[in-house]
Structures are given as C-alpha cells and as structure tokens.
Design a binder for this molecule. Sequence first.
Ligand code: AMP
Ligand code: ZN
Length: 111
Amino acid sequence: MDDCIFCKIVKKEIPASIVYEDDELMAFKDINPIDKVHLLIIPKQHIESLLTCDPIHKDILSKMLLLAPKLALEFGLKGFRTMINSGKEGGQEVFHIHFHVYGGSERLAKI
Ligand code: AMP
Ligand code: ZN
C-alpha cells in the first residue's frame, strides 16, 4: 500500500523507533505514547484491520499476540495492556492492523 504510513515504516522509507523485526513482524515505539512504555506490533504485510481478517490470518495474528508479552517483559513491564482499535468507529486511525502494547504507569492509562 503506497500511501500507508506503517508500510512506509516497514520499507524504512520513514523513520521509526524500531524495537523488534523479523521476516513477518515489526514493532516500534508509538510516536504519541499514552504510557511509559507504548509499543505497536504490526505485520509486515498490509492487513487493514481485524475487521478484514479471516482464518487465513490466524498464524500472523497469533504471532503478533505472542510477541506482546515478550516485548513487554523486555521493556521491564510486569503487566501490560493490549488494545486493537478496529474500524473508524472503533477508534482506528491507521488502517494497517496494529496491536498497542502499553504499561508502566502506576495508574493504568485507559482509553
Ligand atoms: P489507532 O488509533 O489504533 O489507529 O492508533 C494509531 C497509532 O499510531 C497512534 O497511537 C499513533 O500515535 C501511532 N502512530 C501514527 N504514526 C506513527 C508513526 N509514524 N510512528 C509511530 N507511531 C505512529
Ligand atoms: Zn500498510
């Protein structure tokens, strides 16, 4: 997707604070964090939203989910929140699926 900001991060066309990368996934710091630690986990392939996923995406979705606790622990969190905004009415602003992983404050940031 040429006009997708997260595809541009995958292609290293725009900078991001990348904290994890493998053949299929990437994770980077959210540019506008809502907590002490706030990461975004994305697939490298362009998938619009959880609303557009079907069973062919189960492997990539499970890999994204399993990466969340791994990164949270690496960033010193003992617990964390995961958020997946889906669709415009679900608060999604970037239409390349991403899992928010955040935590670290004494009071949990809730949206
Ligand atoms: P959502 O509302 O779930 O679509 O969230 C999109 C998130 O992407 C927001 O938390 C933004 O702060 C974050 N974001 C947007 N552009 C960038 C970027 N270039 N680098 C890192 N995070 C970004
Ligand atoms: Zn994309």
